[in-house]
Design a protein around this ligand. Sequence first.
Ligand SMILES: *[C@@H]1O[C@H](CO)[C@@H](O)[C@H](O)[C@H]1NC(C)=O
Ligand SMILES: *[C@@H]1O[C@H](CO)[C@@H](O)[C@H](O)[C@H]1NC(C)=O
Ligand SMILES: *[C@@H]1O[C@H](CO)[C@@H](O)[C@H](O)[C@H]1NC(C)=O
Length: 398
Amino acid sequence: MVKLPSILLYFLCILVFIHLCKCQASSQGKKWELNGRTLERKGKLGGHGHPYRRFNAPNFFQLRRGDLHINLTNWGATLVSLTLPDAKGHLADVLLGYDYLASYMKASSSRPYFGALVGRVANRIKDGEFTINGKTYQLPKNDGNNTLHGGLTGFDNVLWKVREQRSGRKPSIKFTYHSFDGEQGFPGDLDVSATYTISGDMELRLDLEAVPRNKATAVSLINHAYWNLAGESSGRDILGNSVTIWASHYTPTDSQLIPTGQILPVNGTPLDLTKEVIVGSRINKLNSSEKPPGFDHNYVLDGPKLKNGLRPGARMKDHWSSRVMEVWTTAPGMQFYTSNNLKDTVGKGGVIYKAHSAFCFESQAFPNAVNQPKFPSVIVKPGQIYKHTMLFKFSVEK
Ligand SMILES: *[C@@H]1O[C@H](CO)[C@@H](O)[C@H](O)[C@H]1NC(C)=O
Ligand SMILES: *[C@@H]1O[C@H](CO)[C@@H](O)[C@H](O)[C@H]1NC(C)=O
Ligand SMILES: *[C@@H]1O[C@H](CO)[C@@H](O)[C@H](O)[C@H]1NC(C)=O
């Protein structure tokens, strides 16, 4: 009388186990890695198996190598945290962000885009309008009269699929997103992927790709991480950091931050960061239309290009922790933004983020390039592939 139910329970467990294995074995066309095992499967997504739930509902994922720990979410293909040592070996999370998925999923139009993958076209498009092959496309205006960061519900605010997660010496995770024809006003179906890889001891690589399926469209994807190398909860701002940007020119803008179309030298202006400069020493000299003032400028990168197309973009050093970050990129521009618009944002662990709590190095196409024939083109046609790679190299320097 006592044994029978437990035997039944035992068989039930085995059945459930077999069922779970079946789901794992039939929910994905490519390789999955779960608990260190690589699962390969043919066929379509099952829809109710364990991997489907884990990978295709909003969730957190982790990549680790040595002391470099990176958390991400498939909501917006977002970088959630990045923990690394300082000169004394103390670990700190150097990314601003939130504790809960729900905070990332809030669609507020004034969201800061913490760590997110931004698209279909990052930065601003004047009047939310552009023309390709004689046809004019109208986008939602979410920044005065302009479109910012892909519209009201850009790629930062949608659920991506997890295609592949690998561990080992180069742990990586690949997110994909299918953007449909007409989404946020943009033409054509577009398949997008974002692969984050720990590519070296203290190095994060991000490979972005987009493939237009049926119409020419505009594409410019960025990562919008907010960095504070002293640690996001250190209570320190970034004004004492030293910055270098490998750019002898920039794209001046009007008061709405739309480029005028000129490409001007930084030489002799407070924007000249070609030699290492303390961020705070320049902030009040800028003609900043933002309050409080700060950098929010697109630099035209011209550092030496390597064979793989990467060139140095920008470098930041935090003197307090001795942490250094260098960003290399294949993109022509870099927005240097000193988080001027952060205002009492409640972040991780209840920490309050303020203006100048962080900086962003957004490697990108030039803002409003889709309306500016003199700028490098952002139009991608069927048969072409959009690619953008960036490398974040971390070190300590006393
Ligand atoms: C990253 O995720 C892991 C696993 O969920 C968690 O233990 C860790 O606290 C997270 N790190 C940060 C800095 O949030
Ligand atoms: C938007 O454009 C209209 C018409 O040109 C103008 O009156 C208005 O001031 C503009 N708004 C902003 C925020 O620039
Ligand atoms: C700032 O504004 C002044 C006066 O309008 C102008 O002469 C100067 O070139 C501007 N500097 C930059 C860096 O835009």
